[in-house]
Every structure is written in structure tokens, then in C-alpha cells.
Design a protein around this ligand. Structure first.
Ligand SMILES: *Cc1c(COP(=O)(O)O)cnc(C)c1O
Length: 372
């Protein structure tokens, strides 16, 4: 008997490939120790609030119990922080899980999903996993004055079809670092029909310093009745420095979140992650330090890279997209030999670019030395 297990995968899964994690970071840490400079995953080099370790220690004796399936305490803290109702929040094992879940809830093989070229990679994976048709809209041109390679919101609105049930935008976007302001979002939402759910992925919202560019959560006050088809996803992985614990959340109208809750696995966020996220949210001073540090170091590193003659795209995130003007794979390999890890962009169709996270000043200096 010959087995064809892969042939048993359903139509959607048959077209997918397993996530490629790139370099084996645990092995590299073992090999290089302190010398390794990790600027490939947009983590926060300053680390989490000290209050997180204390909260986890206090919760440890209870890990034999299942976590709170509702995440009630964290939802209440988030609701107060965002000025929405707790019933407007769904928690996820990272916002990645929620982005996947949203496609499972609202898209299927009879529908289409709209997102942008150079949009976050998970958008296409979630679409494929739901078996839906992808409508990938060309990005803004590379010479656009404010958002080169960014989302073309007019083209995206025009690409919505009668069978479209979901649209993903990231603001700011990864890997381009580009963003759009509140007025642009308002105009965009007004142009969209009511038969689709609009997901605004705000993984980097905390890092935005440009005036007039706030969170789309402002449109979800009062139960979200004003914009019931809008869902905003946020994460504790980036500005709250909890990437290893996997906590994200979605904010939407009460009705939209109730749909997500039907498919959410009951214990998807573990008990240590729940208390850690609550502690991180409460340490307002630490969160502010991370934002201030990132804003200063972002400008410092961008200036240095531009001084080397490189094109640095504008960014409101904790990373920079850098165009080397030639195939960047070789440069990435050279940096890697100097124990500096950055993210190659060939998989996104940007083979001359690298994405570089904002680290500490010492880490940025090591990067610049290696580049020189
Ligand atoms: C990092 C990232 C996320 C997901 O982060 P989680 O760790 O899964 O919460 C979502 N969207 C974008 C654009 C990101 O860069």
C-alpha cells in the first residue's frame, strides 16, 4: 500500500507551504552569545516592563489550572485603555491568530479578500487558508511623496467586488513602514460598501509620531455602532515587548466580535500571557520609554544609512525598509557573517531591500560597522 498523505490535504491547504522561519535563531544564539545582533523580527531591544516578571511569578502557582477563557481582567483593562466596551474585544494568541481567524469567520471558497501588494504576509496566507480568492491590489509607486510602496486606498476601494467579504490593510504597514492618516481612512471607509469586513492591522500603531495619524479605534466608540464592519487588530508583541508570550487583540463592534468569539479556541491565550499583558499595559512609563527610544533611534539610524548613500523609506514603525539599489541577498549574507541578523525582502518582491529593526544605539552601531 502506498500512502499519499499530502494528497489528503483539503483544496486550500494543498496550495499552502509551511512557514519558513529563516535563520535558526536558537542555534545562532548558542553559537554567538552576546555578539549576536538580532534586527530581523521587529522586536523591542529595551525588553518588557519589569512589572511583567513580577506578575508572571505571582501567577506561577496557579498554572495547573486552565486560564480564564474570557480573559476578563485583560479585556477590562484594554477596554478602559481604549475607551470601548469589554464586549468589543477578542483576545488572540498573537494578532497573527486573529488575522487568520477573521478569514475563517468571514471568507470562504465563494468569496474574495482584498489586500495590497507589499501588505503584511499573513493577509495572503489567511486568504489562502480560507480557500478564498485573493485580490492583491498594486501598491503606490516607489516615488510616491508620502507613502512609497504604501497602500493605494483608492485602488483598493475600487477593487472591492460583489463577492468581497474581507479587506485587510496595515497601518502602519510591515514591511514598507508606510502609513495613512485619519482623514484618508475616513474617506476610504466612506467609499466602501457594507457587505465586507474591513480589518485595520495596527501592530505598530503605538510607534506613530506623525500628527493626524491616530488609531482607527476612535471609530469604534459607543459599541461600534457607527462602523459595525470595522475590526482593528493590535498586539503586545511589538511596543509592549511581549513577542514571546503571544498576545494580540481585535477591537470591533459588539456584533463583529461576537462572530469572532464563535470560532476562537476557548483557552487560546495562556494564563501567564494574560497577566503579563495586563502588567505591561499598566506600566505606562515603560511603554512611553519604548516609544521615545524608538522615535529617536529611528531618525538616528535613518540619517546614518542615508549618509551611506542608501535609500531609506519613511517609517512610523520600529523598523526601516532600506533599498541598497542592487541585489541585497549578498549584503544580508555579509551582515550575517558579522553576526548581524536582518530580514531579506526577496520573498516580498523587493530583492534590493532589507528590513532592519530599530535596536539599541549599540546594536545600530554594530550594524553600521558591519555595513561599512
Ligand atoms: C508583527 C506583526 C503582527 C503580528 O504580531 P503577533 O506577534 O502575532 O501579535 C501583525 N501584523 C503586522 C503588520 C506585524 O508586523
Amino acid at each position: 500500500m502506498s500512502w499519499d498523505i499530502a494528497g489528503l490535504a483539503n483544496a486550500a491547504t494543498a496550495k499552502l507551504r509551511a512557514y519558513d522561519p529563516g535563520h535558526d535563531l536558537p542555534a545562532l544564539r548558542h553559537q554567538h552569545g552576546e555578539r549576536l545582533i538580532e534586527l530581523g523580527s521587529n522586536e523591542t531591544s529595551l525588553g518588557a516592563s519589569p512589572a511583567v516578571a513580577a506578575a508572571i511569578t505571582a501567577a506561577l502557582p496557579d498554572i495547573y489550572r486552565y486560564p480564564d477563557p474570557k480573559g476578563g481582567a485583560l479585556k477590562c483593562a484594554l477596554a478602559a485603555h481604549l475607551a470601548v466596551e469589554p464586549a468589543q474585544i477578542a483576545l488572540g494568541n498573537g494578532s497573527h491568530e486573529l488575522l487568520m481567524l477573521l478569514a475563517q469567520c468571514f471568507a470562504d471558497a465563494k468569496t474574495s479578500v482584498v489586500y495590497s501588494q507589499y501588505g503584511f504576509a499573513v493577509f495572503s496566507i489567511a486568504t489562502a487558508a480560507a480557500g478564498a480568492q485573493a485580490v492583491c491590489v498594486p501598491a503606490l509607486p516607489a516615488d510616491h511623496p508620502s507613502a512609497p510602496l504604501g497602500h493605494d486606498l483608492d485602488a483598493m476601494a475600487a477593487a472591492v467586488r460583489p463577492d468581497t467579504r474581507l479587506l485587510y490593510v496595515a497601518n502602519p504597514n510591515n514591511p514598507t513602514g508606510t502609513w495613512f492618516d485619519d482623514a484618508a481612512l475616513d474617506r476610504f471607509l466612506q467609499r466602501l460598501p457594507a457587505h465586507l469586513v474591513v480589518v485595520v492591522d495596527e501592530a505598530y500603531a503605538e510607534y506613530v509620531t506623525t500628527p493626524g495619524t491616530g488609531s482607527a479605534v476612535r471609530l469604534l466608540r459607543n459599541g461600534g455602532r457607527q462602523q459595525p464592519n470595522l475590526i482593528v487588530t493590535r498586539t503586545f508583541s511589538k511596543a509592549y515587548a511581549l513577542a514571546g508570550l503571544r498576545v494580540g487583540y481585535a477591537v470591533g463592534s459588539v456584533g463583529a466580535i461576537a462572530v469572532v468569539e464563535r470560532l476562537r479556541e476557548s483557552f487560546n491565550v495562556n494564563s501567564l500571557a494574560l497577566v503579563a499583558a495586563e502588567a505591561a499595559l499598566a506600566d505606562v512609563a515603560h511603554a512611553q520609554r519604548i516609544r521615545d527610544h524608538t522615535a529617536i533611534e529611528r531618525e538616528w539610524l535613518a540619517d546614518r544609512l542615508r549618509a551611506l548613500g542608501l535609500r531609506v523609506f519613511p517609517s512610523q514603525t520600529n523598523f526601516l525598509l532600506v533599498d541598497f539599489g542592487r541585489e541585497a541577498g549578498e549584503i544580508e549574507t555579509q551582515l550575517f557573517r558579522h553576526a548581524v541578523v536582518v530580514r531579506p525582502m526577496a520573498g516580498y518582491g523587493l530583492p534590493t531591500c532589507l528590513r532592519i529593526s530599530i535596536g539599541t544605539r549599540a546594536e545600530s552601531e554594530r550594524l553600521l560597522e558591519a555595513l561599512a
